[in-house]
Design a binder for this molecule. Structure first.
Ligand code: FAD
Length: 150
């Protein structure tokens, strides 16, 4: 069994989309380094104010990673939505994928019933996982397209 933890938190880094893009890149870069060491996979969603993240891996590693993340001053009020054991990884190919909400993925948000801004206080973990899987598929398709074009 794989342990899966879903949480949300509020961004504390000031600035607009450009500052946030830099922030996301930094976070994903450090996450990819640490998570490949720790056998953690998952997905990080960012929507203006809120982060929502799925972490999956061995139970103690997931707990240790979450504790470290929760202390990070780049966000606040980290709140666990759900923890559970699942039969296998849902994000096996990513040490940590991530997506900012941009106009090009708006359609995916709409398909999951998120016309307006995310309100993580009302999110169910299955909703988050469904959204993240589709965002992951979109990102994978885009990378594949870039590879073909290159
Ligand atoms: P270093 O990167 O060397 O950092 C040392 C300390 O400085 C840490 O306390 C760190 O929090 C702090 N720090 C580093 N950069 C900044 C900065 N730009 N501004 C303020 N403080 C900073 N880490 C993971 O390993 N896996 C994840 O999946 C993951 N997801 C994250 C999701 C979110 C929403 C956020 C905000 C952070 C996430 N992080 C993740 C980063 C995590 O919080 C720690 O920063 C990181 O794990 C620490 O790595 P390190 O031990 O190599 O220390």
């Amino acid at each position: 069994m794989i342990h899966q933890l879903v949480y949300y938190s509020r961004n504390t880094v000031p600035g607009g989309d450009r500052a946030m893009l830099t922030n996301m890149r930094e976070i994903l870069s450090i996450s990819q380094r640490n998570n490949s060491r720790d056998g953690i996979t998952g997905f990080l969603i960012f929507d203006k104010t809120w982060f929502v993240q799925i972490l999956e891996g061995e139970r103690a590693r997931v707990a240790g990673t979450y504790d470290r993340i929760a202390r990070d001053p780049r966000h606040a009020a980290a709140t666990i939505v759900n923890v559970r054991d699942v039969p296998g990884r849902l994000f096996p190919n990513w040490t940590m994928g991530g997506a900012m909400r941009t106009p090009e993925v708006q359609e995916i948000y709409l398909q999951h019933g998120f016309g307006g801004p995310l309100d993580p206080t009302h999110l169910k973990s299955d909703q988050v996982v469904g959204l993240a899987l589709d965002l992951q598929a979109f990102e994978a398709g885009r990378r594949h397209g870039l590879k073909l074009a290159g």
